[in-house]
Design a protein around this ligand. Structure first.
Ligand code: B16
Ligand code: MG
Length: 223
């Protein structure tokens, strides 16, 4: 099947949905937060999931008593990214979450187009490391996205690139901001995580590998 013949699509977030890079982002942000005297834990990290690098840093620095020049701000962003890149440098195909490859294969066999909507500028590097690039018809270029999640831009960009109407796409996200972005794009949303964080999703699963083809078809009213 080619993406152009598909009538429906699934658009995946990357970090925390296809692989556990959300944890690496957390470790790198925690290091920066501690350096500027800001308490940072898994709960504070929930608010940064799906938010781009500079807006994430602004969120942390706004809680610091210190003030930072533009130059210092950019140096901290660079430091976080270097740390994050060292954490992802040894990722392997085995780091894809369990069940994800089977899910992608079953979607493929049912003529779904497949896309990735990650606001991470490291997304292609990670997809290459975990050997998933070829599984997708389109991966958004985060550098070309003007509005970070919860804005729907990235999901609409992927749907348009796949030539599928938004209402025929299902979005999958682990971030509260990401679920908001999917809903704002007029797509059904599956949240990966807890009802406490993702109560605004149409359905919630604990792990990406728990998602089934039938569940996705039902969300598109095709079953
Ligand atoms: P980078 P996603 C997002 O990716 C992450 O959730 C978020 O924690 C990170 O700050 C953002 O990418 C930017 O990443 O610094 O690598 O450009 O969840 O949209 O796949
Ligand atoms: Mg994510």
């Amino acid at each position: 099947m080619s993406a152009s013949s598909a009538q429906k699509a699934v658009i995946f977030d990357l970090d925390g949905v296809l692989t556990d890079t959300a944890h690496y982002h957390f470790l790198a942000w925690k290091h920066i937060a501690e350096q500027v005297g800001v308490h940072f834990d898994e709960e504070s990290n929930e608010q940064l999931k799906g938010i781009d690098r500079l807006n994430s840093l602004k969120f942390i620095l706004d809680q610091s008593e210190q003030r930072f020049s533009e130059q210092e701000f950019l140096a901290l962003a660079e430091q976080k990214n270097k740390h994050y890149q060292s954490l992802i440098s040894n990722m392997k195909p085995q780091d894809v979450f369990p069940g994800v490859r089977d899910l992608l294969a079953s979607l493929r066999s049912d003529d779904f187009a497949l896309g990735v909507a990650s606001v991470s500028k490291n997304a292609l590097f990670v997809l290459d490391k975990i050997a998933l690039i070829k599984d997708f018809d389109f991966v958004a270029d985060a550098a070309k996205i003007k509005n970070t999640k919860p804005h729907p831009e990235i999901f609409l960009t992927v749907a348009q690139a796949l030539s599928i109407a938004p209402e025929s796409c299902v979005g999958i996200e682990d971030a509260s901001a990401g679920v908001t972005a999917i809903k704002a794009a007029n797509m059904p949303a599956i949240g990966v995580g807890s009802a406490e964080q993702l109560g605004h999703a149409d359905e919630i699963v604990a792990k990406t590998g728990d998602i089934t083809l039938g569940q996705i078809l039902r969300l598109l009213n095709q079953l």
